[in-house]
Each structure stands twice: as structure tokens, then as C-alpha cells.
Ligand binder design. Structure first.
Ligand SMILES: CC(C)(COP(=O)(O)OP(=O)(O)OC[C@H]1O[C@@H](n2cnc3c(N)ncnc32)[C@H](O)[C@@H]1OP(=O)(O)O)[C@@H](O)C(=O)NCCC(=O)NCCS
Length: 133
């Protein structure tokens, strides 16, 4: 646990930008994760996962996890803009937003953006998946 925390702290100090990081991750096709920089985001932690199992959907591949995020100006469309850009640039890349505790706020917003709630465990938080039909 401590080791994972230390590794994530180290990654937090990195200067990688989302787009070049994602381009490299897609090219390698291996699991990768990073804190990345992207306009409008104070913090953004992403994971590229070649294949992910989603209950009810089976194996989805490849997947970009938007694992942890914080924008500079909430509710101004920063996340919606990023999701739109990702869908346009990488139409076959599924998007996954994990552990959303604000199910009635952000969760409903994600559903309005076309995500579906998946892999729910209890009432504490929910996960959301978007992919082309
Ligand atoms: C959560 C967060 C990353 C969302 O990014 P954002 O740029 O504010 O989201 P957007 O403005 O693009 O909103 C996307 C949709 O979700 C909805 N939404 C987002 N956050 C919401 C909230 N707190 N309450 C209600 N709706 C919310 C928006 O209304 C929008 O839907 P709409 O366009 O149909 O109205 C941002 O609000 C944030 O940094 N919050 C603080 C940190 C945090 O809670 N992180 C946890 C993420 S798991």
C-alpha cells in the first residue's frame, strides 16, 4: 500500500501531457497509468487498460479510465469537452469513470453524456462506462 502511494506521488510530480501520453499508451498497448496535465484540469489521473471486464458487457478493449480528476472551474463543461475530444480522437477507446460518489450530480451528468452505470457495488459509489454501441 505504501509502495503504491509512493509511486502515485512520484507520478503526481510528472509533467506529461494527456495527448502524447495517450498516443504512446495506445501504441504500446500495455497497461499504463499517469497523472497528466490537460487544460482546465487541476488534477487528472488516467489509466490505459488494454482489456477490462465489465459486468453485463464482458471484455471491453481498450479502455481509458478517468480514475481521479479535479477541474479548475467546476460545472463549466471542462469534463464534457474532454470526453467529446476523446470520443472524436479515439472513437474505439472506451471511457470508464470509476468510484463516483456524487451519483445524483456527476453520475447523472455522465449518463446525460451517454455513459452507462456499470459494476455497481452497494450504494457508496458507482462506475460509468461509455463505448460505441
Ligand atoms: C467532478 C468534476 C471533475 C466534473 O467536471 P466538470 O468540468 O465540472 O463537469 P462538466 O461541467 O463538464 O459537467 C458534465 C455533466 O455533469 C454534470 N455535473 C458535473 N458535476 C456535477 C455536480 N457536482 N452536480 C450536478 N451535476 C454535475 C453537469 O451538469 C454536466 O451535465 P449537463 O451538461 O447535462 O448539465 C468537477 O466538477 C470537479 O473537479 N469536482 C471536484 C472534484 C471531484 O468531485 N472529483 C471527483 C470525480 S470522480
Amino acid at each position: 500500500m505504501t509502495q503504491i502511494f509512493a509511486q502515485e506521488q512520484e507520478e503526481a510530480s510528472g509533467e506529461r501531457l494527456l495527448w502524447p501520453w495517450l498516443e504512446e499508451a495506445c501504441g504500446r498497448g500495455r497497461m499504463d497509468r499517469a497523472w497528466v496535465k490537460h487544460p482546465g484540469f487541476r488534477a487528472l489521473y488516467v489509466r490505459y487498460i488494454p482489456e477490462r471486464h465489465v459486468v453485463g458487457y464482458g471484455r471491453i478493449a481498450p479502455v481509458l479510465d478517468l480514475a481521479s480528476m479535479e477541474v479548475e472551474s467546476p460545472r463549466r463543461g471542462t469534463l464534457r469537452c474532454l470526453v467529446g475530444d476523446l470520443r472524436e480522437a479515439y472513437p474505439s477507446l472506451a471511457l470508464y469513470v470509476e468510484s463516483v460518489s456524487d451519483v445524483k450530480g456527476l453520475g447523472r451528468g455522465l449518463v446525460r453524456m451517454g455513459f452507462r452505470e456499470v459494476n455497481r457495488i452497494g450504494d457508496i459509489s458507482a462506475n460509468y462506462l461509455w463505448r460505441l454501441p
